[in-house]
Design a binder for this molecule. Sequence first.
Ligand code: URA
Length: 234
Amino acid sequence: MERLDKILANTGRWSRKEARELIRAGRVSVDGVTARAPEDKADPAAVFTVDGENISGEKQVYLMLHKPAGLVSATEDPRQPTVLELLPEHLRRVGLFPAGRLDKDTEGLLLLTNDGPLAHRLLSPRHHVDKTYFVRVDGALDREDAEAFAAGMTLADGLACLPAGLELLDTPDTAIVTLREGKYHQIKRMLAARGKPVVYLKRLTMGPLSLDPALEKGEWRPLTAEELAAIRSV
Ligand code: URA
């Protein structure tokens, strides 16, 4: 048996606070009986409705995660901890995967979903979904680096990169990089090729999604209805 507000929040559709409000407003029923107290316990296998809609079989989940360094963007790994380990047990069993990987030492915005077609659209360069990253390098970035990014770099190993953005910031070792694709270690490889190796990398945005500044590293929340509508219209 689990608390009702927790069961609702575990669907990934509402925060714990939103779940409590729904329950107190009498909008939630458990096996056909209206619930009133968020702290009441229920069997997670019961039939839950919100405003009459059966949510027990809810399949699609969309979570925004502030990825910390030290975890791999995978659903399982024999040796290293994965980002899924940040989620409660229940949410590890609904088929979530990271839509777009970040390296183990990269931080920032990661979308976890079990909606394969949507993830595919967000990641395909054809759909022009820009991702932006804050980057710090060992060295000083300049206009020539920005021009090389804008022209589309071809790396020594043959990797041809699409034109990318590099916006210089006030401190010369930092910049905002914008990519339309996500090849393996792409930013690190592009900047290594410029002789300015990356020392810190954080993803800030992915298309219409921005990392919620209220999320601490390692924290996550369901996407809001507005965020979901925005990524669905990509
Ligand atoms: N580019 C990288 O090199 N690493 C990331 O994690 C993302 C983009």
